[in-house]
Design a protein around this ligand. Structure first.
Ligand code: PLP
Length: 293
């Protein structure tokens, strides 16, 4: 079955979907994106993704490409046309096409591309197998709260992780604090049993999965501390995991090739994975999605 993409108002074969050579997304990374998970035929975290997209677009003064009602119709149609029951939807909005000049064009029309792809259904056993992460310096700009398509440092970091035989790289800021993964949020359970993830600011992207875990944990009476944690605390942690729309809640069992705790998925991580899945299946995603930095 061939894939279908939505490109600037048209459904086209994915293989031949294209944008103009002077699209500002292509020339300047002048655009933003979102990735929605599809779980058992349902889009996850719609409210959160829409609110975060609004945050990213308004921070960069990019116009919405269309009203939110029709926008969701198109998103659902791309999912339907690609027969995605479990997988991901990718949405990219750029400032549009204009003669090349750094300053914003006076009259460009936002470009929008939506694609969808199938992925394996969420598999708790696979997520609990445990991955390795490495730590690397965070060399990104100062507005990580914006989900910008400017992902070069993230790509370099992910590549470094792959070359080191790890799944993800945790980026460490100039103060020695872990900001997040190259495409995920970072979590630890400290030696003392404190469940920690970095607090919201311009230093991280506030993940929709992160927010869902926070709400799911609250419902279960599990305390989460939102604060920066150091690279050393991560190395000393009892448990660790990453969260994202693609990775859900994925256990981290090695950091820089050293075992985390006993080197197996932790008890808290397992519980949170269960609570997260129950939560998204019941609620569809986080409800409190008004704070991005
Ligand atoms: N942080 C970064 C840098 C990301 O790229 C992502 C996801 O792509 C996340 C965090 C997690 O966000 P979400 O849970 O919304 O997928």
């Amino acid at each position: 079955m061939s894939r279908i993409a939505y490109v600037n108002g048209q459904y086209v074969p994915h293989a031949s979907g294209s944008v103009h050579i002077e699209d500002r997304g292509y020339q300047f990374a002048d655009g933003v994106y979102e990735v929605f998970a599809v779980h058992n035929g349902k889009l996850i975290g719609v409210k959160g993704h829409m609110d975060r997209l609004e945050h990213s677009l308004s921070a960069l003064q990019i116009d919405w490409p269309m009203k939110t009602g029709p926008f969701m119709v198109v998103v659902n149609e791309v999912v339907r046309r690609n027969h995605v029951k479990n997988g991901l939807v990718y949405i990219q909005v750029t400032r549009g096409v204009a003669r090349r000049d750094h300053a914003f064009p006076a009259d460009s029309i936002s470009s929008m591309v939506i694609t969808a792809k199938k992925a394996a259904p969420l598999d708790k056993v696979a997520l609990s197998k445990g991955i390795g992460v490495i730590t690397i310096p965070d060399i990104r700009w100062k507005r990580k709260d914006i989900k910008s398509v400017s992902l070069l440092p993230n790509c370099l970091g992910k590549q470094q992780a792959r070359e080191a035989g790890a799944f993800e790289a945790w980026m460490v800021d100039d103060e020695g604090m872990v900001s997040e993964g190259t495409s995920s949020n970072a979590w630890i359970v400290t030696k003392e049993g404190e469940l920690v993830t970095r607090d919201i600011s311009n230093a991280i992207l506030n993940g929709i999965t992160r927010l869902a875990i926070i709400e799911a944990a609250k419902e279960k009476g599990i305390k989460i501390t939102e604060r920066a944690f150091s690279e050393q605390e991560a190395l000393d942690a009892k448990e660790a995991f990453i969260s994202s729309s693609t990775s859900h809640v994925k256990a981290v069992t090695r950091i820089n090739d050293q075992p985390v705790g006993n080197g197996h998925v932790g008890e808290m991580t397992s519980h949170l994975l269960d609570h997260y899945v129950d939560f998204i299946e019941a609620k569809g995603g986080p409800q409190h999605t008004d704070k991005w930095n």
